[in-house]
Design a protein around this ligand. Structure first.
Ligand code: ADP
Ligand code: MG
Length: 323
């Protein structure tokens, strides 16, 4: 803890909202010294996947965003990287630099706890810092996730002839970003906002993907931008059929067909997995309601549409650009 005029108050906050959470994880990563000491100490007989993500107020969420959703999203988006790596969630740490009141913190911790329950991941430590009163609207939430990773799925190992698949609907969260400041939200719009604040990375598939998929990436910046990472790392060309991209009813009802497709292709924030896999897995793909959207080819590194046109001609950007 740091920057605290009233240290016992800060310790109380940690104890009230971030300690003694339920333990879910059943991985080979064992706790030797649990949260609450100077360090967490673990021992593992398996490979461990580690990923860290920060979300920043007024970059990834708004000051007016519901704290419960901010908490859920902070953890779900980090877990998404474990899922795309084929890892089983084990534990996470939370670094919180915030400028909010306790009511916000309570709702935030409840959203975070709901995500911890959904993804069966244990809170095992963190750091809590209050911003100076003068530094308004700059809360930063950093989550580091750890998972058991027996068979890492890399971006660089797609093979020629692989089917390109996605695990769920795309575009809802990108459409929701335009609604974040809307005051009166109808039921369909709320469905889209839920996709933004409560993303559901397909945790139920991560173990099976780890033994079946040749390459994978989570869709955080937009399908085209993220698939392009697989193409570049694997030195292959992707061809996708735009008519095969899964779009939700809510997205289609609230947007023109062209706009819905643009959200799905370039919008980001979906936290579904895009992976490539041998055609012989088609039965498994169908049984798991996974969508086949294209195929990997030898050729110039690029993504082509169903008319063999490069997407870089249709779209100014392939996805969210951080800088
Ligand atoms: P130190 O001063 O040694 O960094 P802290 O005062 O930051 O220790 O934290 C005390 C204990 O509380 C540590 O075990 C830390 O992991 C835990 N902790 C602090 N903040 C959080 C948090 N946001 N979530 C979970 N555990 C936390
Ligand atoms: Mg600390």
């Amino acid at each position: 803890m740091s920057n605290s005029p009233n240290q016992s108050g800060e310790y109380d906050l940690i104890a009230r909202y971030f300690q003694n959470w339920p333990k879910y994880s059943n991985t080979q990563i064992k706790t030797i010294v649990p949260n609450g000491d100077d360090c967490l100490v673990i021992q593992s007989s398996c490979p461990i996947a580690i990923s860290v993500d920060s979300i920043v107020e007024n970059v990834h969420f708004l000051t007016s965003s519901p704290a419960h959703g901010v908490g859920y999203r902070a953890l779900a988006t980090a877990v998404s990287d474990l899922v795309a790596m084929g890892a089983t969630p084990s534990f996470f740490t939370l670094a919180l630099t915030f400028n909010k009141d306790e009511a916000w913190l309570k709702l935030f911790s409840e959203g975070l706890k709901q995500a911890a329950n959904d993804f069966k991941i244990d809170l095992q430590g963190g750091d809590t810092t209050r911003c100076k009163k003068t530094s308004k609207n700059t809360s930063v939430i950093t989550v580091q996730v750890h998972g058991e990773c027996l068979n890492p799925i890399k971006r660089s190992t797609a093979k020629v002839g692989d089917l390109i698949c996605v695990t769920g609907n795309l575009g809802d969260a990108a459409a929701a970003v335009l609604l974040l400041e809307t005051e009166h939200i109808n039921a369909i719009q709320q469905t889209l906002l839920n996709a933004f604040y409560y993303p559901k990375p397909p945790i139920h598939l991560s173990k099976q993907l780890s033994t079946k998929a040749h390459s994978a990436i989570d869709i955080s910046d937009g399908l085209l931008a993220d698939l392009m990472h697989i193409c570049k790392k694997s030195q292959l060309q992707a061809k996708i059929d735009r008519t095969k991209i899964p779009l939700s009813v809510a997205l289609k009802q609230t947007n023109t067909a062209a706009q819905a497709l643009t959200f799905a292709l370039t919008g980001g924030d979906d936290y579904q997995v895009c992976f490539t896999i041998d055609r012989s897995q088609l039965d498994w793909i169908k049984q798991n309601n996974i969508f086949v959207i294209g195929e990997m080819f030898n050729g110039v590194v690029d993504i082509l549409d169903e008319h063999n046109q490069s997407f870089t001609k249709h779209y100014a950007t392939l996805g969210y650009q951080h800088f």
